[in-house]
Design a protein around this ligand. Structure first.
Ligand code: F1P
Length: 295
C-alpha cells in the first residue's frame, strides 16, 4: 500500500467487499423490506444517492413502492411500512433526527458501517457492514456494498457484478480525466442515483465541475453547457437519440456495456486520477468531514 492513497486502497477492495455483502444478504434477508411493503430510503450525501439507487432498484424489480429522500426533507408520513436509513458513520444528525421523530408504526432499519453508532441504537433493526467501513472521508466501498447487499436480496448474482468490478479495476480508463474540465453523468431508473453519486465523487475528490441527470432530462436545458471540454459518461443504457444529440455538442461520450455498479469503480479511479493531476490529496477533500454532526 506504499504510495497508495487510502481511497485507492479502499476502492480496490470493492469486488471483495461486494461478495461479503452478498453473503450477508443471505442471513439478513428477513430484515430487509419484504415484497409489497411501502418503503422510504433515506440518507445524506453519498448515502442519499445510495438511497435513490436502492429505491430505483426496488421499484424496477417490482418488489414494492419505494421513495428516496434526503433525511432532512423526508415528509413525516405515517403510511410507510418501513424507513431504511443509510449512513456509513451512523452519526449524521439529519438521519438521527428523522428516526427519532418517526411514529412507532413505521419499522425502522438502519444500514450502517459502525455497530455501536447512534443511528444503529435508535433504529429497531440494523444491518452493519463493518467490513465495508472506510478510513477515507470520501465514500466508495460502503456505498457500493450497500447496493450489492440490496441487489443480492433482490435476486441478482453479485458474483457476476464482482467479476465486472475486478475488470473495472484493471482496464484502461475510457478517458484521460485531466483532458477535460466538465464531467456529466447520466442514468436511467436506478442508475440516476448512481449518476448523482458519480458526480459527487468528482467534486469531493478532485474539486471538479460535475453534474448528473436522468438521461432524458439532459436535453431539457443542461446540454447547453456541453462542449469539447465536457465528458458525458452514461451509467447503464441510454437511448441512442440522446447520445446522438450529445454528439453534436462536441462532448466526449463514455458508454459501456459493463454493469453500472462496476462502472462506478472506473469513475472512482477517474476521480483519484484527476485529483493527482490537479495536485490534490484525495484523502483530504476540501471542507469535508467523515460525517456532518450538528449541535
Ligand atoms: C454522509 C456524508 C458523506 C459525505 C460527507 C459527509 O455520511 O454526507 O456522504 O461524503 O463526508 O457525510 P454518512 O451518513 O453516510 O456517514
Amino acid at each position: 500500500m506504499i504510495g497508495m492513497s487510502v481511497i485507492e486502497h479502499e476502492l480496490a477492495s470493492q469486488p471483495e467487499v461486494w461478495r461479503k455483502a452478498a453473503a450477508l444478504a443471505e442471513n439478513v434477508g428477513a430484515l430487509l423490506p419484504q415484497d409489497g411493503m411501502r418503503v422510504a430510503a433515506v440518507g445524506c450525501g453519498t448515502s442519499y444517492y445510495v438511497a435513490k439507487a436502492f429505491a430505483g432498484l426496488r421499484e424496477v424489480s417490482g418488489a414494492g413502492e419505494t421513495d428516496a429522500w434526503p433525511a432532512s426533507e423526508a415528509p413525516p408520513r405515517h403510511s410507510y411500512d418501513m424507513v431504511v436509513a443509510i449512513s456509513r458513520s451512523g452519526t449524521t444528525t439529519e438521519v438521527l433526527r428523522l428516526l427519532e421523530g418517526l411514529p412507532s408504526s413505521v419499522i425502522c432499519l438502519a444500514i450502517c458501517a459502525v455497530p455501536d453508532s447512534p443511528v444503529v441504537s435508535v433504529a429497531a433493526d440494523s444491518i452493519v457492514l463493518e467490513f465495508a467501513d472506510e478510513e477515507s472521508v470520501v465514500q466508495t466501498r460502503f456505498a457500493t456494498a450497500t447496493l450489492a447487499l440490496h441487489r443480492a436480496h433482490l435476486g441478482e448474482d453479485v458474483e457476476v457484478i464482482a467479476r465486472a468490478g475486478e475488470q473495472a479495476l484493471v482496464s484502461e480508463l475510457p478517458v484521460r480525466p485531466s483532458d477535460f474540465d466538465h464531467f456529466v453523468f447520466l442514468g436511467r431508473g436506478w442508475t440516476v442515483g448512481l449518476a448523482d453519486e458519480a458526480a459527487l465523487k468528482l467534486r469531493e475528490t478532485a474539486g471538479a465541475w460535475s453534474e448528473s441527470y436522468p438521461a432524458m432530462e439532459y436535453r431539457h436545458g443542461p446540454i447547453s453547457v456541453a462542449g469539447p471540454k465536457t465528458v458525458v459518461w452514461t451509467l447503464g443504457a441510454v437511448e441512442a437519440d440522446v447520445i446522438a444529440d450529445i454528439r453534436t455538442t462536441g462532448a466526449t461520450i463514455v458508454r459501456t456495456d459493463i454493469d453500472p455498479l462496476a462502472d462506478l469503480v472506473r469513475v472512482h479511479r477517474a476521480a483519484v486520477s484527476l485529483a493527482a493531476a490537479r495536485g490534490m490529496d484525495p484523502d483530504h477533500p476540501r471542507h469535508l468531514e467523515r460525517s456532518v454532526v450538528l449541535t
